[in-house]
Design a protein around this ligand. Sequence first.
Ligand code: DCS
Length: 480
Amino acid sequence: MAPPKVMGPDTINENVKRTSYAVRGELYLRASELQKEGKKIIFTNVGNPHALGQKPLTFPRQVMALCQAPFLMDDPNVSLLFAPDAIARAKHYLAMTSGGVGAYSDSRGLPGVRQEIAEFIQERDGYPSNAEHIFLTDGASKGVMQVLNALIRNEKDGVLVPIPQYPLYSATITLLGGTLVPYYLKEEQNWSLDTADLNAQIQTARRKGITVRGLVFINPGNPTGQCLTEENLRQLIELCHRERIVLLADEVYQTNVYQDERPFISAKKVLMGLGGSISRELELVSFHTVSKGFLGECGQRGGYLEMTNIHPLVVEELYKVASIALSPNVTGQIMLGLMVKPPKPGDYSYPRYTAESKAILESLRKRAHIMTDGFNACKNVDCNFTEGAMYSFPQVKLPPGAIAAAKSAGKAPDVYYCLKLLEATGISTVPGSGFGQKEGTFHIRTTILPSEQEMPAMMASFKRFNDEFMAQYSKHVSKL
Ligand code: DCS
């Protein structure tokens, strides 16, 4: 008999086993199986715009193509295929590298791109930004992991995470052996911040011997889609300063805003606007990415983090740890440069870039409405408007009959509902339990990314399924 594996299911790191990540969990696996069997699946489980048909923008991809294949610049036909400003920009980025995109960069990223990001932040916020405090990462995910890795020392260290949350946070905190301290968003007020609950959760955690060291917020929210007010941000900043907590600002959806009352405002800007000692003391790390916005370049894996008021020796330690992985991927870094420094008025590619990006954002705004309205037209479904980001997170009021049926199938009620939805319609969603939800409530998360043309039919098919499901299991459950 073969000896047991050294790395067997019972002998790997317990934290690895404990970690779960619903976005690619049971529902996704079942959807992939059904797809293999030939069923048409609409993958709304992950915010991956290009996978649902979004086309890449022309200018950034022209630059990327030339960076990957610089010999094309010697071809006599180059100017027939590539815009002159794309050729110039490719040369600009290649000159920043030490041997093109095939060479490692500094572990913090290319200094030239870090400088372009600092200029972007300065322009966006109206306050200085220091390129030395900006690290480039393989998507925002890796940046979040690097910071949590430095923050969490043991299971007594707690990180406040909004519930519902994006499971990068719960998964990473588990993986690192820390403690997630939940704070609940108010669904009945469009998923707004509840500072009373936040304070109460800090006290509860402290009574249990937890040292609360970090607070994450996601603005605009995933999966909840809410846009925080400036007042909310000020409250978070003041609370973290008072309670000696590092603020982690997940701002990856800053360009995805579909209401006009509350345009995006960064935590850094609010902090700097407060002035005085707080603006020199609050420890803030902000995250951004090329995966979202109108670029949606998830596969390029480009992200950055900006540190404000982080101890210089800690910045050095983070640099050391980043060095273990040698270099963030260089094409992702160039995509970041392109995101923060788009063509300007007067540039050859400006009109096309503007038309392409505007079309995507306008369509996302329409889709946010079609989807929210579609959910609210369904029996026992209540959905807050997707003010920003890329998701809808409707509450589904499951009748007792459905809850009982789920139980006898050995499934959580929301998982049961999502599986039935998938089998009936091919719509692949994620159950609310993957993001966290108040005890006794059930939700599903979908992206708003299926194409505008496809969406009405998708929502009609959702409604058919849902209303039949509800009729099958119930008489009547009142609306929220
Ligand atoms: N932060 C939030 C709030 C996110 O939603 C995501 C990705 C990330 C960070 C990380 O993105 P990158 O690593 O690609 O920069 N969102 C996932 C989601 O919920 N669906 O798709 C991906």
